[in-house]
Design a protein around this ligand. Structure first.
Ligand SMILES: Cc1cc2nc3c(=O)[nH]c(=O)nc-3n(C[C@H](O)[C@H](O)[C@H](O)COP(=O)(O)O)c2cc1C
Length: 269
């Protein structure tokens, strides 16, 4: 059982975590940008300039991808366009947003890439689009713009594929993954959330046994960190939000990915 003392201990662990930057590399600005990035959930009223946002988008367009297939599409919004599309404000007072999608539809119009292989097709679409998302996120950070990737915004995330495909008229092979919300951070960056130690995530040789102490410790920190920033909620209740939506979302996604009834590489759109 964990009590108040464990809660305080977990919080103290969170607050004392720091990125490990070798002393010889302390002056490297890119390393700092990457390692000190945080997901930001509170933005100021400052607008993002057109040139700055254009550079962020360019980082997505030029990201690496499998066989340079560029299996992604990005729906781009300012706050007014977001409100028009979804009838609600951008989360966290964000100023711009990009819905990142895995997209194998476009390339299939000109190239028979693989034989019918839905998991490979889906995986590479997700992989490439996620790299593009991270490229945009890193470019933003380098330009002083903060962001958060969201898979759950109520209408525009991984669990809302069906709604988004209807709203944005997306072909079946264009699968929304996340919304990145951009803005200038309001106030200081929050502490780094609990990251697993290097000993748990890197290995050499064969896959090591899971260290249950480390994992329990991490879980306690996750719960404590969540509680500290959402007093009226809990990590577990946040997971429940996801669980509540997963069934229908999974069913729809499977229909998008596995379509044996269709001739390979043909879209119904
Ligand atoms: C694909 C993806 C989806 C995410 N979805 C959400 C979300 O729906 N809501 C949220 O508050 N944060 C979301 N996040 C942000 C994560 O909670 C955050 O990355 C994680 O807690 C680690 O914190 P850090 O980004 O500051 O290192 C998401 C992150 C990723 C990469």
């Amino acid at each position: 059982m964990s009590g108040p003392l464990d809660f305080v201990r977990s919080l103290a662990r969170i607050l004392t975590q720091r990125p490990q930057i070798p002393t010889s590399l302390q002056d490297n600005p890119l390393l700092h940008t990457i390692l000190e990035r945080r997901s930001i959930r509170s933005f100021s009223g400052r607008e993002i300039g057109e040139d700055v946002f254009a550079a962020i988008l360019e980082a997505g367009r030029l990201a690496p991808s499998t066989v340079n297939l560029q299996t992604w599409s990005f729906a781009v919004f300012d706050s007014a366009q977001w409100r028009d599309a979804f009838n609600r404000p951008l989360p966290f007072n964000g100023k711009r947003a990009v819905i990142v999608m895995g997209d194998t539809y476009r390339v299939k119009q000109v190239l028979d890439v693989f034989p019918y292989s839905p998991l490979i097709e889906y995986t590479l679409a997700i992989m490439n689009a996620s790299l593009a998302a991270m490229n945009m996120n890193a470019a933003a950070e380098a330009l002083g713009v903060s962001s958060v990737m969201l898979s759950e915004t109520g209408q525009t995330g991984l669990l809302d594929v069906e709604t988004l495909q209807q709203t944005l008229c997306l072909p079946r092979e264009v699968i929304p993954l996340m919304t990145i919300v951009f803005g200038y951070a309001k106030g200081a960056y929050p502490p780094m959330p609990p990251k697993l130690p290097a000993s748990q995530v890197f290995f050499q040789g064969t896959y090591p046994p899971v260290d249950m102490n480390v994992m329990q410790d991490w879980l306690a920190q996750m719960a404590a960190g969540y509680k500290a920033s959402h007093l009226s909620s809990s990590f577990e209740s946040q997971l429940q939000v996801y669980r509540g939506k997963i069934g229908r979302a999974e069913e729809h996604l499977q229909q998008c990915v596995f379509y044996q009834d269709q001739a390979p590489w043909r879209s119904e759109n």
